[in-house]
Design a binder for this molecule. Structure first.
Ligand code: TXA
Ligand code: MG
Length: 522
């Protein structure tokens, strides 16, 4: 099929309208992104949209209208809240979901009993709908999974040869797709954030929820409120990692990197190859340029990209929502005190891992040493412990750690009590020692609930027998005692289930395993 490139002239719009009325496909500009349109009431035409995009058929399309009143025949009822939104915003980058009328087929609604309706602000878009004489079903005009097109050239890249025509209407004003809000739920809920913000909607209809998946993504067993939420989206070929840091922290981090790109704001002082998306604290400029930037990164052959983090409120929520999907939810959080939390059962060999990480320049914080210091010369603490565990835990004015150990290791309640006193203190002191790229070496990382303070959790693991043997040799205790100690710790499964990465130390090469992990997280 030869795809015609049309202008926004009256003549070309009339021609495009005819193509749609005949059941053809036309890509057209809107104020958000380019849409790929077909007659919304013609099932065969709508089916060809799914084919051209390679889109899963259970992901419904938005029906575009030219006049406010055109929504009436598409939905069961225009509820008072829907009417209020229409009156206030339409035409706008806003899509409203309501229970659908019989007129709307199952293909366009992806088999759901609701329909999404939007009246675009863009004049060409509305002129086209009028020329076609029917509502126009239109998803974004990209190949499914790629960033939405904000310029005609990207539509040409994705759709040439697959559709009848493309109207070139220049760059899209907003650059991210419309806000999608469902009014089919008890509390109106934003399924996709856009330029019409939660605050703007709430000012008109009161309480508005934001679907959890908007900022956090979907858990595997969750049912999507909007089918679009569950599909991989906006994914460029490059691996994107969002860096949560301020301007200074981001620049310092990214300027040490090699062979990768920065996806940053205009004024960022970045010495590696970069592509920018708008200005800091200017959410609208970021929205406008994000998809363009993602496509540029692919054109430049970027493999790995560190992105600055947008705001998560206002229009920033729309930018963050798209970027976090493009990044497949990978974030490095430099605002967390510890870059790596290193844990594992006794005898697994955390020491070797720490030694190697230290050689690579990481700053190691040894929680055992911090614990020892906490007990030293800390009379108020010792008195507090003596009140609970008995005076014989103090010998010559210092803590008798063996005695305290005997008491707590045979009594779970007492152990918990001790931990609840010591752990918060240890974590606070470790935090004070933290520097950029710190590793928290903590056998009791999980017990102390310190995992949330770390970017990534690495567990070092070895077979039980081997651990017992190592403990026996290292601490000069019997095999039985070593096993007792092992059995009093968290289970192997717990350590493994709660870690992002596991390093096995039964004779495997530790360095290679660490190098591989660091390559992934850095
Ligand atoms: O700005 C926009 O909305 C652009 C322009 C072309 O208008 N269109 C657009 O369409 O972004 P699309 O198909 O790429 O995204 C529509 C989103 C999808 O995530 C889809 O799952 C959701 O809206 N959606 C559509 N109908 C729905 C329904 N009945 N219930 C829940 N979600 C729905
Ligand atoms: Mg889309």
């Amino acid at each position: 099929m030869k795809t015609r490139i049309l202008s926004t002239s009256e003549y070309d719009i009339a021609l495009a309208g005819e193509i749609i009325a005949r059941g053809g496909l036309v890509a057209f500009p809107t104020e958000t992104v380019y849409g790929l349109g077909a007659d919304a009431l013609n099932d065969e035409a709508v089916k060809s949209i799914y084919t051209a995009k390679g889109r899963p058929s259970d992901n419904p399309l938005i029906v575009h209208i030219a006049e406010k009143n055109d929504i009436k025949t598409l939905v069961k009822e225009v509820t008072p809240k829907a009417q209020a939104l229409i009156d206030k915003f339409f035409p706008a980058p806003l899509t409203i979901i309501l229970p659908k009328s019989e007129k709307v087929g199952d293909v366009v609604s992806g088999g759901l009993d609701t329909v999404a309706v939007r009246m675009p602000e863009n004049e060409t878009a509305r002129a086209l709908i009028k020329a076609a004489g029917c509502p126009i079903a239109a998803p974004s005009a990209n190949t499914s999974g790629l960033p939405s097109p904000t310029k005609a050239k990207y539509v040409i890249d994705d759709m040439s040869g697959k559709i009848d025509a493309i109207i070139d209407g220049g760059d899209c004003a907003f650059g991210v797709e419309s806000t999608v809000i469902t009014l089919a739920t008890e509390i109106p809920t934003i399924l996709r954030p856009g330029a019409v913000t939660k605050e703007m909607l709430e000012a008109v209809i009161g309480e508005v929820d934001v679907a959890k998946a908007v900022l956090e993504g979907m858990q595997n067993d969750e049912v999507a409120a909007s089918p679009g939420m569950k599909y991989k989206h906006y994914a460029p070929k490059a691996k994107i990692i969002i860096v949560n840091a301020d301007k200074d922290g981001y620049e310092k981090f990214v300027n040490t990197k090699k062979d990768c790109f920065a996806l940053c704001f205009e004024d960022d002082n970045v010495t590696i190859s970069k592509v920018t998306f708008g200005r800091e604290n200017d959410d609208l400029s970021q929205a406008k340029e994000l998809f363009d930037a993602l496509r540029k990164l692919d054109e430049m052959g970027a493999k790995k990209v560190y992105a600055r983090i947008p705001h998560t409120t206002g229009v920033g929520m729309a930018v963050y929502n798209r970027l976090i999907r493009a990044a497949a939810f990978s974030i490095i959080d430099l605002t967390k005190p510890f870059f790596i939390g290193l844990t594992g059962p006794s005898g697994a060999g955390k020491g070797y891992v720490c030694e190697y990480l230290a050689k690579l320049g990481f700053h190691i914080i040894n929680s055992d040493e911090v614990v020892k210091k906490i007990y030293e010369n800390n009379l108020p603490l010792l008195r507090r412990l003596a009140d609970i565990f008995g005076n014989d835990i103090i010998k010559d004015g210092t803590l008798d750690r063996n005695r305290l150990g005997e008491i707590v290791f045979n009594d779970n309640e007492k152990l918990k009590q001790l931990n609840s006193i010591i752990h918060p203190e240890v974590i606070a002191q470790c935090e004070q020692l933290a520097k950029p790229l710190s590793v928290l070496d903590a056998p009791q990382l999980f017990e102390a609930k310190a995992q949330n303070k770390c970017n990534v959790i690495i567990t070092v693991m070895a077979d039980k027998e081997l651990r017992a043997k190592r403990i026996t040799e290292r601490d000069g205790i019997s095999y039985e005692k070593a096993m007792e100690r092992i059995n009093a710790q968290l289970s192997e499964k717990y350590y493994i289930d709660h870690a992002d990465y596991i390093i096995y130390n039964n004779g495997e090469d530790i360095k290679t395993q660490i190098d591989k992990i660091l390559e992934e997280i850095l």
